[in-house]
Design a protein around this ligand. Sequence first.
Ligand SMILES: C=CC1=C(C)c2cc3[nH]c(cc4nc(cc5[nH]c(cc1n2)c(C)c5CCC(=O)O)C(CCC(=O)O)=C4C)c(C)c3C=C
Ligand code: FE2
Ligand code: FE2
Length: 354
Amino acid sequence: MPPAVAPTAPAADEFPVFRSGRIGVLLLNLGTPEATDYWSMRRYLKEFLSDRRVIEIPRLIWWPVLNLIVLTKRPGPKGRDYESIWNRERNESPLKTITRSQSEKLAEIIAGGAPEQAARITVDWAMRYGLPDVRSRLQFLQDQGCDRILLVPLYPQYAAATSATACDKAFEALMTMRWQPTIRVAPPYSDEPVYIDALATSLRQALASLDFEPEKILASFHGVPKSYILKGDPYRSQCLRTHALLCEAMGLAPDRLLLTFQSRFGTEEWLTPYTDETVKGLAQSGVKRLAIITPGFSADCLETLEEIGVENRDIFLQNGGERFAAIPCLNDTPEGMAVIAHVVRRELRGWIDI
Ligand SMILES: C=CC1=C(C)c2cc3[nH]c(cc4nc(cc5[nH]c(cc1n2)c(C)c5CCC(=O)O)C(CCC(=O)O)=C4C)c(C)c3C=C
Ligand SMILES: [Fe+2]
Ligand SMILES: [Fe+2]
């Protein structure tokens, strides 16, 4: 035990001994099913799509649609999509594998930079939906003696449907704790120079490794319903900012590096331009070589590996396109880890300098 971690009361009386003096860093990502079979998929989708931050339709209307239509029809095909990207070695989805690795590498970076301070820090990770769940990881951190915890939603752009709901889940757990740890939340980092540099480096490296030069590049962000933005969500403007800064860093015009939104769900209008329609339109208008980067995802997942890497590739090739590349997310690469470590170091300041 490092010296700063001391029991708060002597052990020799009737009162319990609590550990304190440590600092926790909890990386938060979206979540993922435990397996690809119908019931695992259904359980995951039910938790996800019952979240009022994700689906804002009044419950009286949404409940029957979710239970009678979505949860009967969607688990099968989506399970097959997950099956096509599944990490068989670990029997889990790529999002889980990558988030765990980000957490382990962050702990190594902290330990390498300032070993003495690092001895007081515990890094962990949790998923908003599914496992490992936020409540149990917060409890774990507290049991370790963490009385200060930094929550790090791994979303470069803030959306209520992602960042806020991850924090809601943490605060829900804190509501039941007698001794609440002190909490900080890392802000979104859509215009953080380290993040823009990391994207530009990763894009440059990916382009250099291709055996073709894309005529167009899409920066595809996950979409949200347009109405969420009209109600005050800053997500769209943060995506626009990331895109503009990336164009600038790459020296590419916004009609060469285009901004699009993917993963539409349901019948409502979502943010436009839609990725799939843009991909189709470009191919039909004679574009032969296309690359897509997904700057809004900190880790590769169903939406990047399958929706971009398979579905949108097929759309492009079926409509006259010839060469297609899906560029990996920052993931646990040195560039990706530099972003996470930078945000964590900055947000820990005043608690501990690392
Ligand atoms: C239906 C509403 C949804 C909103 C709003 C939404 C916003 C949103 N999502 C992400 C990131 C991810 N979403 C992922 C999967 C996924 N998303 C939705 C629905 C909404 N997302 C569903 C139903 C699913 C599951 C798959 C499916 O059934 O289509 C993932 C991938 C998870 C994985 O395991 O790989 C990510 C990541 C963002 C960033 C966002 C708003 C900004
Ligand atoms: Fe999503
Ligand atoms: Fe999707």
